[in-house]
Design a protein around this ligand. Structure first.
Ligand code: NAD
Ligand code: UFG
Length: 331
């Protein structure tokens, strides 16, 4: 059985490739490397001691994609490929809609043509907008506040319509909360280009002296200590959720959405403290104004994934911090 992994050189994709290979799956990776490095492919092979085919190709290039389906027997697709920077999506929305939405449509058309109708899709908790309450359940109202989030919601709607039109499809929509951490080996992890937007990559750059001070975006939210609360999840736990979703779509048809989070929220100050305690590294920080578009609190009710997929996250915040730091030190 071969699984096509789009965006497999990226942060979450690379960790999922490792877990798929460790579990004995055959994989094929397609990635245009717009936001990842070619070395990652070698690192995945080094960690797992397994080989696989890698295609440097763009989902928007229909003929390249068709050639991949033509020359391989693919049973299912795990679809990570997409652009993901919220701020950038506000500046260049058309690029985001084209890459994420058109890329997914071309992928689905190609899949249908080759009669491959099983997909696990990377969705996001961002489609819950500013939730009325927490923890968030899958049936909460959906809304978005930026083009990136809108691409995720549009793709979910497209995949719902696709299933309604052809009940042979089997699709899992995985709504990720805040993935952080890295593989235990320290060989793969999150390494954003330029100045990071997200909390953990910023923390590790301050701790390693590459950036001076972390700005804490507001301490006047109605939360435990006034700073923003999120559901941080170890990227390896998140990756393992894809294997459970894959098992389900191999056995049953239909379309289902699942929250992949721990169910526990931590504030920015709690994350900084956990990082300092677990790594022994000081993180210089200062309180600044709120970041436009941020919400106070966001954490999952992950019980649907537990009941229907048999999946739960097991790695705690200290392990997430330690693993992120181990990877950062090796860069
Ligand atoms: P990432 O940028 O590290 O990985 C995405 C990969 O897709 C990259 O390697 C990139 O080169 C590739 N890619 C992008 N467009 C492509 C295209 N048109 N053709 C081929 N390859 C293409 O991001 P990630 O953090 O690993 O996220 C993976 C998926 O999960 C994305 O769809 C993202 O939107 C979603 N997601 C991420 C987060 C997060 O916080 N990291 C949260 C929720 C959802
Ligand atoms: N934060 C800071 N300083 C920083 C960066 C972040 O204080 O330098 C705070 C934010 O205000 C927020 C928390 O840290 O309270 C987490 O922020 P992130 O940017 O790490 O994550 P977000 O929850 O804002 O968004 C992330 C991804 C989105 C995705 C969402 C849900 O960037 O794409 O998680 O999965 F949609």
């Amino acid at each position: 059985m071969a699984i096509l992994v789009t965006g497999g050189a990226g942060f979450i994709g690379s960790h999922t490739c490792v877990e798929l290979l460790n579990a004995g799956y055959e994989i094929i990776v397609v990635d245009n490397l717009i936001n990842s490095k070619p070395e990652v492919i070698q690192k995945i092979k080094q960690i797992t001691q397994r080989d696989f085919k890698f295609y440097q190709a763009d989902l928007l290039n229909r003929s390249e994609l068709e050639a991949i389906f033509e020359s391989n027997t693919i049973d299912a697709v795990i679809h990570f490929a997409g652009l993901k920077a919220v701020g950038e999506s506000v500046e260049i929305p058309l690029r985001y809609y084209h890459n994420n939405v058109s890329g997914t449509i071309i992928l689905c058309e190609t899949m249908a043509h080759y009669n491959v109708k099983r997909m696990v899709f990377s969705s996001s908790a961002t489609i819950y907008g500013d939730p009325q309450s927490v923890p968030i359940k899958e049936d909460f109202p959906l809304s978005t506040t930026n083009p990136y989030g809108s691409t995720k919601l549009m793709i979910e709607n497209i995949l719902q319509d696709l299933y309604l039109s052809d009940k042979e499809w089997s699709i899992s929509l995985l709504r990720y909360f805040n993935p952080i951490g890295a593989h235990k080996s320290g060989l793969i992890g999150e390494d954003p280009k330029g100045i990071p937007n997200n909390l953990m990559p910023y923390i590790v750059r301050v701790a390693s002296g590459k950036l001076e001070t972390l700005s804490i975006f507001g301490n006047d939210y109605p939360t435990i200590d006034g700073t923003g609360v999120r559901d941080y999840i170890h990227v390896v736990d998140l990756s393992l959720g894809h294997l459970d979703a894959l098992k389900k779509i191999m056995l049953t048809k239909g379309i289902n959405s699942y929250n992949l989070g721990t169910g526990k929220g931590y504030s920015v100050l709690e994350v900084i403290r956990a990082f300092e305690i677990s790594t022994g590294q000081k993180v210089n920080s200062k309180i600044t104004h709120r970041r436009p578009g941020d919400i106070a609190e966001c954490y999952a009710d992950p019980s649907k994934a537990k009941i229907e997929l048999g999946w739960t996250a097991s790695r705690d915040l200290y392990e997430m911090c330690l693993d992120a730091w181990k990877f950062a030190k090796q860069q």
